[in-house]
Design a binder for this molecule. Structure first.
Ligand code: 3PY
Ligand code: MG
Length: 254
């Protein structure tokens, strides 16, 4: 299968995209989740135990239903990013890069030359060299692979202007939970100080050519940030299941 990133295409058309974090090493469950109509799924190798070897089956489940498979990698180290992308992910979420230099390192690890230095071999992402030549694949992969960088510490938020200058970063993504912790209000992203920093980040990103992304566990929060210019939204699988179960049990028990 030739990698084609429908989420990236939608963002280029200015459309909003919606995805879901997923951290179970269960391709069948991932397939069911993919069938619900998401633009993308993010397989979580940070706050989850997913390894590159788990990603392959999850990517297949996603591709089967035209949903963009993205991996949240545990760090920006080149050998880590390489394994998640080679397993077939169409993009990476990179958490906890607190400097623009760290973000640039992630881009270099994710892209082939001349932009980057990703290690080249016939891997799953490139159809093992069967579907097209490696030369064609490197160009395609550079075009289709997305890089999403988290802004989730006070240090990163203060440097956001520098992040907007990095070529080939597609999305600058606010992580409200880590940011709340970093700003001294753990687990309270609604605190006015946290809100203020998120709004400052949003202003800088929306004035640049990068897409603003944010974790939005509720439709109301997503709608508010759509108005603020965000176009890349994520929710979490467990949070949505919890809401569904609570709504059901509350209704049936009166
Ligand atoms: C955060 O809120 O810290 C995130 O990383 C969202 O996924
Ligand atoms: Mg985070």
């Amino acid at each position: 299968m030739l990698i084609q990133n429908s989420t990236k295409q939608k963002l280029h058309r200015g459309e909003a995209v919606y995805g879901c974090f997923f951290r179970q090493a269960e391709p069948t469950l991932a397939e069911f989740v993919a069938m619900q109509g998401w633009d993308f799924l993010i397989f979580d190798g940070e706050h989850g135990s997913l390894e590159a070897r788990d990603i392959e089956g999850l990517v297949r489940a996603s591709e089967l239903h035209g949903v963009t498979p993205i991996a949240r990698v545990p760090s920006n180290q080149a050998h880590v990013i390489l394994r998640f992308l080679d397993a077939g992910a169409h993009g990476i979420h990179v958490p906890w890069v607190n400097t623009a230099t760290g973000a640039e390192q992630a881009v270099v690890a994710a892209k082939y030359g001349p932009r980057g230095q990703r290690g080249l071999a016939g891997s799953r992402q490139g159809g093992w060299g069967v579907t097209e030549s490696l030369a064609e694949f490197t160009a395609r992969s550079n075009r289709e692979t997305m890089v999403i960088i988290h802004i989730e510490t006070a240090e990163a938020a203060a440097a956001v202007e520098e992040y907007t200058a990095i070529d080939d970063v597609d999305v600058l993504f606010i992580g409200p939970t880590d940011l709340s912790h970093s700003l001294g209000h753990p687990g309270n992203p609604g605190h006015p100080e946290v809100r203020k920093v998120m709004e400052q980040v949003a202003e800088v990103v929306t004035a640049s050519d990068k897409t603003l992304g944010i974790f939005a566990g509720s439709p109301a929060f997503a709608a508010e940030w759509l108005d603020r210019g965000a176009r890349y939204f994520t929710a979490g699988f467990e949070g949505l299941v919890k809401q569904g179960i609570n709504t059901y049990l509350t209704a049936v028990r009166g």
